[in-house]
Design a protein around this ligand. Structure first.
Ligand SMILES: [Zn+2]
Ligand SMILES: [Zn+2]
Length: 257
């Protein structure tokens, strides 16, 4: 299974993951923060399934752009999977004819732009040889983490973002035989614990507590590091001395077997 954090910008600053999109085996995207910026354009057109964790801008920002870029007249269009609350936000806040044309309504009238498919907590969806299980996290809006298993190889990775401390997703992770990696958020430095609590995110100290709940010896990639505090968060994460701690740069493709 290949995993790539899609860059948010081009040029010298593109090692900052400003917006969230993770590309799985070139055809499935987790979140659409930077999906519509992905280069080359042909790579966007390969993406047939988009799973949205929640409605916050850094996770959906370029979904309308991606839908535009991927459009081919005809019956085929990208499938977008999310919590019904996320779709409600997309309808009211994005595809409302003010911010962007209502491609959801137009998809019912003309050649479709996108198809919306509701996700139900802990009900897996099988697409492109992958089994994707949405697992509820604890954030300020309904949010799903995702367990992604490659059906043929049983190789699995887990995305845990955005969230405050949670329990259930670790129970599921600990039962997954093929788990090879975890991607876990660390949004704010320890001195901003007050903000992490209010915004339902993790600090490095909370990240450490979450990792203790994981009983599997797999690499844990720190993600969703706020740019304004990046140096501080990275040094606090490194100070935890977790042997399995990893960072991945946008554009880097990780392979798990
Ligand atoms: Zn969020
Ligand atoms: Zn976020």
């Amino acid at each position: 299974m290949k995993v790539q954090c899609v860059p948010s910008s081009v040029g010298a600053s593109n090692n900052h993951p400003i917006l969230a999109t993770y590309l799985i085996n070139d055809v499935v995207a987790i979140d659409a923060g930077s999906l519509g910026l992905m280069s080359p354009l042909s790579a966007q057109r390969q993406v047939k399934h988009v799973f949205l964790s929640h409605s916050h801008l850094d996770h959906v920002a370029t979904l309308p752009v991606f839908i535009d870029n991927a459009y081919v007249p005809g019956p085929d269009c990208p499938d977008v999977y999310a919590h019904p609350t996320t779709f409600d936000s997309l309808r009211r806040d994005f595809f409302n004819d003010r911010v962007w044309p209502d491609m959801i309504r137009l998809s019912g009238e003309e050649s479709p732009f996108l198809r919306l498919l509701d996700l139900t907590e802990e009900h897996p969806v099988e697409v492109a040889g992958l089994r994707v299980t949405p697992i509820s996290l604890k954030h300020v809006v309904p949010t799903y983490g995702f367990l992604i298993e490659e059906i043929a190889t049983k190789t699995a990775v887990l995305f845990v973002s955005d969230t405050s401390p949670c329990e259930r997703i670790w129970e599921i992770a600990n039962q997954c035989e093929g788990l090879k990696a975890v991607f876990l958020e660390a949004s704010f430095p320890n001195s901003f614990r007050w903000l992490a609590d209010k915004a339902a995110h993790l600090t490095p100290a909370l990240f450490e507590e979450e990792v203790k709940k994981l009983k599997r010896d797999v690499p844990v990639y720190a993600i969703h590091i706020k740019i304004a505090f990046a140096d501080q968060i990275v040094s606090e994460l490194n100070a935890i001395n977790l042997p399995n701690l990893r960072f991945s740069a946008p554009g880097e493709t990780l392979t798990f077997e």
